[in-house]
Design a protein. Sequence first.
Length: 201
Amino acid sequence: MQKTESKDKAANKAKIRKEYLAKRQAMPQNLVRRLSDEISDLVLNWDVYQKAQAVFFYYPLGNEVSLLPVIRDALKNGKHAAFPKTAGEHMAFYEITDLGELQKGRFHVMEPILTEAKQPFYAEPDLCFVPGAVFDCWGGRFGYGKGYYDRYFAERKTVKLAGCAYGCQITDKLPVDAWDIRMNLLCSESGIVWTDGEKNF
């Protein structure tokens, strides 16, 4: 019975993920650019980001929210900006100082170019921007089904995790599992909101 329930729950999660990914994929490019710019402007004016010294980013793939203006600002202002790279079941973040230090890697995602001397960024960042398929108002998140962010942040308790999404990717309540890492914040075109409801612009 337990195995059947587990399989049913996994199938339901996959169905929800597919539904919201289809919604995002259907967005026209001009809307993606406009909403991404609006979200980036909110982040650039957000005191939590401005005070952060070390920030983990992702490079936008497809219609994901693009924080490229924020990334360029972080690099320009000397923040420690790091990006994820996956290997097998594991993920690590590596600091870059220029966007030219990224190249297309697994899953067509732009990842840091590794040299023999390059080591992962081991310190816990002040802030991490997280992509995903769908989020809920309580910080629940479904990613892309691989579990990289859930595993990486399972033992990292002080970093503020900021889910990045358009309004069409946010729902009331997701059937999350215990291992699904919750976001502390949601960043959308409607604002930057702590998942306890407090707004911070």
